[in-house]
Design a protein around this ligand. Structure first.
Ligand code: NAD
Length: 306
């Protein structure tokens, strides 16, 4: 089969080699299409592809229209809001992600962000310690669980909530289960967001919820910028000069937020949660293996458009 590795933001060279080795050993042919700038370039590149591996690349209905032989798209990573799932289903294309493969990289960044904000963005001003503080984890999936374990090791009290997990499952993952999102926000010095971006979650964290946070609290977002309602965030930062926001990728109103609130707000210049050599390799190799099993055995274990 013809497998196209299409990544605007390239994989590390070692990851590309590993992906090629897995695919070629199974008799597939791989080509690499990197650093493209326009969506139209991707549309041209997918003409012959029977399988596609992507990262944050947008697979729109137009891309799917331009890929008549395509059978499977694997998003090497966790979030798949960059793929038009309805259009893929309509085209009979299976979409998968590679859950958990980059979770540790994102979890380490979330912990680093808490410390970065607690220590006044590494300026000499007097900071605070995270030991003894309470961390509330919103969604206890692959990243959330790892953030919890790391935070516990650093001496934090860890609570979590997840609408798809029971209290027992959360307790088994090492966190104290919370009964409502409101009480999680109200009782946490840090809230770390790990929900996926879906129609239900986009814009769901806004003024009402954030304003419940206790004095001096920090909201940490390594999920997607879209889950936070930017106007609500701006309003609450205005009303509550004690709150802080740190995020992996700038909100659209970042310039205004920095101007108004200075160092109470920080955004990474480019999404970097999964940008480690290890995560690149893990997610890329998992994507290649999933494609091999899909064509060999029809395995659709990680399909997200069922
Ligand atoms: P995951 O699928 O393992 O966990 C997601 C959790 O969210 C699950 O436990 C699920 O029960 C819960 N959930 C699902 N729908 C929900 C809803 N409507 N409301 C509340 N909770 C819901 O995913 P993960 O690997 O932990 O990643 C979490 C998110 O982090 C991803 O969806 C992605 O958007 C983001 N992410 C960001 C980066 C980055 O580079 N910053 C990298 C990887 C993932």
């Amino acid at each position: 089969m013809k497998v196209l590795l299409a990544t605007q933001k390239p994989f590390a060279a070692a990851a590309v080699k590993g992906i090629r080795d897995i695919l070629e050993a199974a008799g597939h042919e791989m080509s690499v299409f990197e650093k493209y700038e326009q969506a139209s370039e991707l549309e041209a590149a997918v003409a012959d592809a029977e399988a596609l591996i992507i990262r944050s690349d947008k697979v729109t209905a137009a891309v799917l229209d331009a890929a008549p032989k395509l059978k499977i798209v694997v998003r090497a990573g966790a979030g798949y809001d960059n793929v038009d799932l309805a259009a893929a289903t309509a085209h009979g294309v299976v979409v998968m992600n590679t859950p958990g493969q980059n979770a540790n990289a994102v979890a380490e960044l979330a912990v680093a962000m808490m410390i970065f904000m607690a220590r006044t963005q590494f300026t000499p001003a007097t900071g605070s310690e995270i030991q003894g503080k309470t961390l509330g984890i919103q969604a206890f999936g692959n990243v959330g669980r790892l953030v919890g374990a790391k935070a516990k090791a650093l001496g934090m009290n860890v609570k979590a909530i997840d609408p798809f997990l029971s209290a027992d499952q959360i307790a088994a993952g090492g966190a104290e289960p919370e009964t409502s999102l409101e009480s999680l926000y109200a009782s946490s010095d840090y809230v770390s967001i790990h929900i996926p971006a879906t129609p239900e979650t986009i814009g769901s964290i806004g003024y009402e919820l954030i304003s419940k946070m206790p004095k001096g609290a920090t909201l940490v977002n390594t999920a997607r910028k879209e889950v936070v309602d930017e106007a609500g965030l701006e309003k609450v930062l205005e009303a509550r000069p004690d709150l802080k926001y740190v995020t992996d990728v700038a909100p659209d109103n970042y310039a205004a937020l920095r101007e108004k609130f200075g160092m109470r707000v920080f955004a990474t210049p480019k999404k970097m949660g999964a940008q480690t050599a290890e995560a690149n390799i893990n997610a890329g190799l998992a994507a290649a293996r999933q494609i091999v099993s899909f064509f060999e055995t029809g395995c659709v274990k990680f399909q997200v458009n069922k």
